[in-house]
Write a protein that binds this ligand. Structure first.
Ligand code: UDP
Ligand code: MG
Length: 316
């Protein structure tokens, strides 16, 4: 019999744990032809998440606890789940039930049809705030546009099923900047999509503030595309072109000025226009340096070669 591993990153989810296990066990009990494992990755929670997990584990040997030495972040927790899970098939899902567990039936159905990756796509996220929805939409559109040949699908987060073969390939990738929604399409393989409506979080709050969302966006762009590095060249060509036209106009005006002095209107751009134009150019240059900095910072992190996470305790 094949083994199904659920990978569930958890950070300060003490309020959600009872609800989560109740719901997930209800769903898992209906799945018959798999043995099951729930890999709960405690991402350095400061509340009672770990204690609660240990308590639940006493009565449920499906639970496999991986506990970090500190908070390493959502993507690191998913990476640890993939590395430590023992299943032949793996499904990543959030602990807050925003990824509805019933979707697992659809994911497994597609898997049985022969797909090695099954993405769960959010078709409706009315449960998220307006700002979160809008920024998420912008994020997915931007990543989709920039990701070149390897398209990162829109509105697909971490909720997905993967065969062991794909997981092994992704685990073997050397990079430290691990954004799974970017790495999975890189791996390729036959992929199916199932759609779901994102549920509201029943308890607790989102751990993604705008700073962490920007970081995720930066990591996703840098790891999926080098297009931003080419922007400064395009801008410099654009500015160069505009300057040439400006100089040409200036020259023509000057010649006209010499020939028919009395009849020409004197063009005067004014010092403020020139200063503003210089500020515009300066801001473009600084932005370009900023982009290079973003890439450089990630190269630095890669070259430091530190582990993505540190496991303090593992109970299986
Ligand atoms: N999470 C994590 N580490 C973090 C932040 C979040 O493991 O540093 C987990 C969290 O417990 C949840 C999942 O990642 O299971 C998604 O987090 P959250 O619900 O806060 O994000 P949102 O759904 O708002 O994007
Ligand atoms: Mg959530």
């Amino acid at each position: 019999m094949k083994k199904l591993s659920l990978i569930v990153p958890m950070y300060n989810e003490e309020e959600m744990i009872p609800l989560f296990f109740e719901k997930i066990n209800e769903v898992l009990s209906k799945i018959e032809n798999y043995t099951k494992e729930i890999v709960c990755v405690n991402d350095g929670s400061k509340d009672k998440t770990l204690e609660l997990l240990k308590q639940y584990k006493k009565n449920d040997n499906k639970i496999h606890i991986v506990s970090f030495s500190r908070n390493f972040g959502h993507e690191a927790a998913v990476a640890a789940g993939f590395n430590r899970a023992l299943g032949d098939v793996m499904i990543v899902m959030d602990a807050d039930l925003q990824d509805p567990p019933e979707v697992i039936f659809d994911l497994l159905k597609k898997y049985d049809e022969g797909y090695k990756i099954v993405n769960a796509k959010r078709v409706d996220r009315k449960s998220d705030s307006f700002l979160k929805r809008t920024t998420a939409e912008m994020y997915y559109k931007l990543i989709y546009k920039m990701s070149g040949k390897i398209k990162v699908p829109e509105n697909v987060g971490n909720y997905r099923l993967m065969d062991r073969e794909v997981v092994d390939k992704i685990n073997a990738l050397p990079e430290k900047n691990r954004v799974f929604r970017v790495l999975v399409p890189f791996a390729g393989y036959k992929t199916a999509v199932v759609e779901f409506v994102r549920a509201p979080r029943p308890k607790g709050e989102s751990h993604y503030n705008y700073k962490s969302m920007f970081k995720l966006a930066g990591d996703s762009i840098v790891s999926s595309s080098v297009t931003p590095l080419k922007w400064p060249l395009k801008w410099s060509l654009g500015i160069g072109f505009l300057t040439c036209i400006g100089l040409l106009i200036d020259l023509i005006l000057y010649i006209c000025h010499l020939c028919i002095y009395k009849f020409m209107i004197q063009f005067n751009f004014g010092i403020f226009t020139i200063i503003l134009f210089m500020f515009l150019c300066l801001s473009i240059i600084l932005f370009a340096i900023g982009i290079i900095g973003e890439y450089l910072a990630r190269i630095m992190i890669e070259s430091q070669d530190r582990p993505v996470y540190i496991i303090e305790e593992e109970l299986n």
